[in-house]
Design a protein around this ligand. Structure first.
Ligand code: ADP
Ligand code: ADP
Length: 228
């Protein structure tokens, strides 16, 4: 687990458009921060810079005390969960969860990996579905597989990019509860992008509101409404 610190972080795309205009934000170890704001305000850009899928134009990004601006994604040990799940259709649930770890040159052997996959699938109630393929799962189960993949990596932080937006209202409610429970039981630093008001108001310790690439306010969910 780790803290994430952004110091005056800027992103200017190749076409000259500045999507993120100098963000300062400190996310504490174990904290759950929700990033909200209208479409196009820079939420995904910010998340992608944190995970390392997008270069930072200016400013400084730190994980704990280390500046990671120039570190590749694989050297940041952060786990991102995408909206479209990004599962491998030809692999079973078990292999989908294990796969990212198999790719990594690491000191995790098969036995340890198996233990991690089983622990994650227990937490996510996927035990009975380990041999199935993604096509035979519900949307909520697919989302859980994507989260399982993040869990087995023992990452320092979770980054969610609108993970529930493809689910129907009932499943969304269920997964919301599940993500909140999981985050608390793992105590893992989490940044969660959404434009869903209910998720913003119920999930996080703090809500950061982005607007046109700038941080408009950062407050507890309750504090957001109490501010003038
Ligand atoms: P959000 O996630 O809040 O919807 P994004 O971070 O995806 O916003 O995009 C922020 C802004 O940056 C948008 O105006 C978008 O059009 C622009 N943008 C995103 N990706 C690129 C890119 N590769 N090149 C140029 N502009 C981009
Ligand atoms: P691969 O398909 O092997 O993951 P990528 O180029 O997409 O190749 O990723 C290279 C490295 O970046 C991976 O080994 C992984 O550590 C990291 N990475 C990729 N996707 C993510 C993600 N969603 N969240 C965090 N790290 C990632």
């Amino acid at each position: 687990m780790a803290s994430i610190t952004l110091n005056n972080v800027v992103k200017t795309y190749d076409d000259g458009f500045t999507a993120v205009k100098g963000i300062d934000l400190e996310i504490a170890d174990g904290e759950f921060v929700i990033l909200v704001g209208p479409s196009g305000c820079g939420k995904s850009t910010l998340l992608r810079m944190i995970v390392g899928l997008e270069d930072i134009t200016d400013g400084e990004l730190r994980i704990d005390d280390a500046v990671v601006n120039d570190k590749a994604p694989k050297d940041r040990n952060l786990a991102m969960v995408f909206q479209n799940y990004a599962l491998y259709p030809h692999l079973t649930v078990y292999e989908n969860i294990a796969f990212p770890m198999r790719l990594k040159a690491s000191d995790v052997d098969d036995e340890e990996l198996d233990a991690r996959v089983r622990r994650a699938s227990g937490l996510l109630e996927l035990d009975e579905h380990l041999d199935r393929k993604p096509a035979n799962l519900s949307g909520g189960q697919r989302q859980r597989v994507a989260m399982g993949r993040a869990i087995v990596r023992n990452a320092d932080a979770f980054l969610f990019d609108e993970p529930l937006s493809n689910l129907d209202a009932k499943l969304r409610g269920q997964m919301r509860t599940e993500i909140a429970r999981l985050q608390r039981s793992l105590g893992i630093t989490t940044v969660y992008v959404t434009h869903d008001q209910t998720e913003a108001m119920t999930l996080g310790d703090r809500v950061a509101v982005l607007r046109r690439g700038e941080l408009q306010q950062v407050a507890s969910p309750r504090g957001l409404y109490e501010q003038p």
